[in-house]
Ligand binder design. Structure first.
Ligand SMILES: Cc1ncc(COP(=O)(O)O)c(C=O)c1O
Length: 406
């Protein structure tokens, strides 16, 4: 049984008071808090096992190497990858996507090739492809939005063609929470001989994700958005795809043999992990995944769905509040973007902060989407496993006081 009060006891930061009120943290899309199990795993590593990996024969180095390698296994089984060879540790989702642009795109794309994105991408899944557009002369095309905030997949056969080498699409929008049917998109691009990269920064933390079932070629996500430490993230790549790629960074830890003018490289994932990695981050990340596994990702999703449907229903009934994106909680994760008539989005966020409620305001690193919604910015409330209906009630009360209906 999922017990939110028991979960909350694991998060020391939730005891903080902000402006004399108990903190309500609704900025989980940006980053999540860390349970004591993750904090202890990171400090335990530094206290007892700290050493560099892959290099030493001494016991500490062997322990650190084992912990680091096992963390790859923990991630692999969490997303149902084949094994650790498909899991590359990078610093975040942004680096994972850039790694594909540089390892794969820079070497295999030619002028006239096409990459297909959507208008709802986070800048992290847009700018690397813009760079290739400029640098390699490829063409960047976009899947548009329907008025209800879902992707318009009607004209997909025209957008994705035999020239499409990659579709780079977000699994879940970080602004309006739409869950995209990446499996269906993948089937079309595979049929045309291309690859699919799924930006899973907002899906892996919030729902069960199975890379085999989705049949994606690449997937990117960050530990800090799923209870783990900052500074570590994942590039998942299908084994045969990763095996065919060259490194995008060069140095220690990723070589097979080096001579003065020529070198050969190690196998994946190490081929893509040049330099001393974030070992403590990997240990903390594994602890975060064990924590989520213990709760169960279905329970995570169900809890968020409960919070979202309650909050959405109340907000949709409020005069002067505009909510963006799909309104069916089954189609969205716990992200609600909105504006209050007559108020700038930053002012609404400031008033909420005065009341101890942390939300995000602005363009959320997705300027094209926010422009497409016809606004300059939104306020975004986003939920996670430690949020409660009582917190949402307090948030709604403040919103009502802003709109003058409270
Ligand atoms: C959908 C999406 N993609 C990519 C990112 C980038 O994540 P990071 O900053 O951890 O690299 C984010 C961050 O908010 C996101 O929401």
């Amino acid at each position: 049984m999922f017990d939110v009060n028991r979960v909350r006891r694991d998060f020391p930061i939730l005891e903080r008071e902000i402006n004399g009120r108990q903190l309500i943290y609704f900025d989980n899309t940006a980053t999540t808090h860390k349970p004591i199990q993750v904090i202890d795993a990171v400090s335990g590593f530094y206290r007892m096992h700290n050493a560099n990996v892959h290099r030493g024969l001494h016991l500490l180095s062997q322990e650190a190497s084992e912990l680091y390698e096992e963390a790859h296994d923990t991630v692999a089984s969490f997303i149902s990858a084949q094994d650790r060879e498909e899991i590359v540790f990078v610093k975040n989702a942004t680096e994972a996507i850039n790694a594909v642009a540089f390892s794969w795109g820079l070497r295999s794309l030619e002028s006239g090739d096409e990459i297909v994105c959507t208008v709802m991408e986070h800048h992290s899944n847009l700018l690397p492809w813009q760079f290739l557009e400029e640098f390699k002369g490829i063409r960047l095309k976009f899947i548009d939005l329907r008025p209800d905030g879902t992707l318009n997949l009607d004209g997909l056969n025209e957008v994705i063609t035999r020239k499409t080498r990659l579709v780079a699409v977000t699994h879940v929008s970080n602004v309006i929470g739409t869950i995209n049917d990446v499996k269906a998109i993948g089937e079309i691009v595979h049929d045309r001989g291309g690859l699919i990269l799924v930006d899973a920064a907002q899906s892996v933390p919030h729902m069960p994700v199975n890379v085999k079932d989705l049949d994606c070629d690449f997937m990117a996500f960050s530990a800090h958005k799923m209870l783990g430490p900052t500074g570590i993230g994942v590039l998942y790549g299908k084994k045969d795809v990763l095996n065919s790629l060259s490194p995008y960074q060069f140095g220690g830890g990723m070589i097979h043999e080096v001579s003065l003018h020529k070198s050969t490289y190690s196998v994946p994932p190490w081929r893509f992990e040049a330099g001393t990695p974030n070992v403590a981050g990997a240990v903390g990340f594994a602890a975060a995944i064990r924590y989520l596994d213990e709760i169960g990702m279905k329970n995570v999703r169900e809890h968020e769905e409960k919070l979202t449907s309650y909050c959405l229903k109340e907000m949709l009934e409020m005069e002067g509040v505009s909510v963006y994106g799909p309104r069916d909680p089954e189609r969205i994760v716990g992200v609600i973007s909105f504006n209050v008539e007559g108020f700038n989005h930053h002012d609404v966020a400031s008033i909420l902060d005065e009341n101890g409620i942390a939300v995000r305001s602005g363009h959320h690193c997705a300027q094209p989407l926010v422009k497409r919604l016809g606004v300059r910015g939104t306020v975004r409330a986003s939920f996670y496993i430690y949020n409660t209906i009582d917190e949402i009630k307090r948030f709604l009360d403040v919103l009502r006081s802003i709109t003058g209906s409270g």
